[in-house]
Design a protein around this ligand. Structure first.
Ligand SMILES: [Zn+2]
Ligand SMILES: [Zn+2]
Length: 381
């Protein structure tokens, strides 16, 4: 039976809140879109565990030895119990049974993964580029090369336990005298000792350092994406192999564009006369200045599209989204006498026969709703 508590890294008395927190953290960490497809199984495991432990009935069933995800497998068995029994034995009898399988504890331990975040601007997301992060982790001690011994000397075999890492003792128990073993005190179970520890790392083979890491950001990256740099994480105890470094990417909001998938949206203010007569104007884009052609008769909230000037597609770098410019028509509020005369003359010529006002229960042409604008409003509300 799978150990769901272990999968979520919580203990058996964990509260619902602790379980939820652990799940959120892990499901994010192992999400295949973030961590890569190789984590898909791990991600499923985490979800299975949460499905059971988050449901009080299923959790009770699981605690009694039946896996609700696989109810027949545990029937009559409580296979998970054997692991627990093993622990009970070793607690009672020390390692009397397992002396052969108990070896020295390696001085070198694998390092843990590290997590950092980097903020990039929208232009870097459009074209790709480099993000820089400053991280503070354990890194290899340069002084001893990770051995922990001064001058790069290698640790020597412990004279007390002769490299075994544990000492045998005879103890009295309720079952009579028994041989038991305990970790060697002199070498703390490592089987080796460092007679002259390296002064830089105090024998740990690693030191805390701050370093700058540059990471390649692929074009089209999404906000909150997590990048992985293999073996750039924390160096382990005794100079052990470094874990991985994960970098969460945040994209700064941009003054000129709002991103929607691969498209970039902007809003442009256009004088009434340009909307009526049509006009070519220039806007700033990530590809430099570009011409936007406002067609004659352009209505408020009409859009003009500049093809292929949006965000590079993450999966296909030959493709780019579009720029969608939303037109905001400016109605003049202050007119001098000459302008007023002109508008009045225009009104007489153009609108004298306009007839009755069109009235409807829904927006008509020129007040298009739906699409990106209302999606944006929904997202902000
Ligand atoms: Zn050192
Ligand atoms: Zn020893």
């Amino acid at each position: 039976m799978a150990d769901y508590y272990e999968t979520l890294g919580v203990d058996r008395n964990a509260s619902d809140d602790e379980i939820k927190k652990a799940y959120r953290k892990l499901s994010r960490k192992y999400h295949p879109d973030i961590a890569g497809p190789e984590f898909e199984d791990k991600f499923k495991e985490v979800n299975n565990a949460y499905e059971v432990l988050s449901n009080p009935d299923k959790r009770r069933m699981y605690d009694s030895g039946v896996d609700p995800n696989n109810p027949n497998a545990g029937a009559g068995g409580f296979s998970g119990g054997f692991g627990d029994m093993g622990d009970v034995f070793s607690t009672f009898f020390g390692s009397a049974f397992g002396a052969g399988s108990q070896g020295p504890v390696p001085r070198t331990q694998p390092g843990r993964d590290a997590l950092a975040s980097a903020t990039i601007d929208l232009k870097t997301a459009v074209f790709g580029g480099t993000a820089h992060v400053k991280i503070n982790t354990f890194s290899l001690c340069q002084e001893c090369g990770g051995s922990g011994a001064q001058g790069g000397a290698q640790p020597i075999t412990c004279p007390d336990c002769h490299g075994q890492g544990f000492m045998q003792k005879v103890v009295r128990t309720m079952l009579g005298q028994m041989m038991t073993s305990a970790p060697c005190e002199r070498c703390e179970g490592h089987g080796t000792i460092i007679s002259n520890p390296c002064p830089s790392c105090m024998g740990h083979g690693r030191v805390r350092t701050t370093r700058n890491v540059g990471v390649n950001v692929p074009a089209g990256i999404n906000d909150n994406a997590r990048l992985r740099l293999a073996s750039q994480g924390e160096v382990g105890e005794g100079g052990g192999a470094a874990g991985d470094l994960y970098i969460d990417i945040r994209i700064k909001s941009d003054k000129q564009f709002t991103r929607d998938g691969d498209d970039l949206h902007c809003w442009i203010q256009v004088p009434m006369s340009w909307a009526v007569l049509g006009h070519d104007l220039t806007i700033e884009t990530f590809d430099g200045k570009q011409t936007v052609s406002i067609p004659a008769g352009c209505q408020p909230e009409d859009t003009v599209t500049l093809k292929g000037l949006g965000v590079t597609n993450l999966r296909n770098s030959d493709e780019r989204g579009d720029i969608v410019a939303h037109v905001n028509v400016l109605i003049p509020t202050k007119l001098d006498d000459e302008e007023r005369d002109l508008i009045e003359r225009f009104s007489t010529l153009h609108d004298a026969d306009a007839g009755h006002v069109a009235q409807a229960s829904r927006p008509q042409t020129g007040q298009k709703k739906g699409g990106f604008f209302s999606k944006l409003k929904d997202a902000l509300s």
